[in-house]
Design a protein around this ligand. Structure first.
Ligand SMILES: [Zn+2]
Length: 212
């Protein structure tokens, strides 16, 4: 499988030196790049001027042909307009490629943490929308120790549990409840099926629950 390298213009965050580097834009689940994504080493760049090492968040597609999902990671997706441009741009994809893509669950992320979570969810055979709703209900339940604005990160991990980090950098693990997962699936399954969102995160869950 070809990696489809593309030349990126990179600016060193330390010294401001600008340089060009070729990076892969098509990553597959069977490659060494996947291990790098999981271990946090992916996108590691060394500045040719000052030797500073840093992680570059850039645009590429991650495809898993076994679990049939594709995640497009792009730091520009933080911006709503970029997401919209992307989804309308999908209309321009050739018919053959579209037929091929329709089998895949397509998601957008704008950082590697979110990409790692999507990989963990889809490899576990779970639906990321149910997971986001689960997080919402857990955070907003009465016996939850933190308020939602105190939660910085709340991530499903490859150990099939949740990892939570507060704004004060307190980290804790939360068990995954199959019962809660199944309950959400039976209550919202129909509405979830109709949902066509590519960016599924905490804001998605809030909007979804307002509409359903
Ligand atoms: Zn530098």
């Amino acid at each position: 499988m070809e990696k489809r390298e593309k030349v990126f213009e990179i600016t060193c965050p330390k010294c401001g030196h600008k340089f060009e580097q070729s990076l892969p834009t098509a990553i597959f689940s069977s490659t060494v790049e996947k291990d790098e994504i999981l271990s946090g080493k992916f996108g590691n760049i060394t500045c040719p001027s000052c030797a500073n090492e840093f992680i570059l968040n850039y645009r590429f597609a991650y495809t898993d042909e076994a679990n049939l999902f594709m995640v497009v990671n792009d730091p520009a997706f933080v911006d709503k307009k970029a997401r919209l441009a992307f989804s309308t741009g999908l209309g321009l994809i050739g018919a053959a490629r579209k037929d091929e893509l329709i089998k895949h669950t397509l998601r957008l992320t704008y950082n590697y943490k979110a990409l790692r979570e999507k990989i963990a969810i889809f490899e576990a055979g779970l639906d990321d929308r149910v997971i986001e709703l689960m997080k919402y209900f857990l955070i907003n339940s009465e016996d939850f120790s933190y308020k939602s604005d105190q939660v910085k990160d709340f991530i499903f991990t490859d150990k099939k549990e949740f990892y939570l980090e507060t704004v004060l950098n307190v980290g804790l693990k939360l068990d995954f409840s199959d019962l809660l997962y199944e309950t959400i699936l039976s209550n919202y399954g129909e509405a979830i099926k109709k949902d066509r969102s590519y960016l599924v995160d905490r804001a998605w869950a809030e909007n979804f629950l307002k509409a359903n």
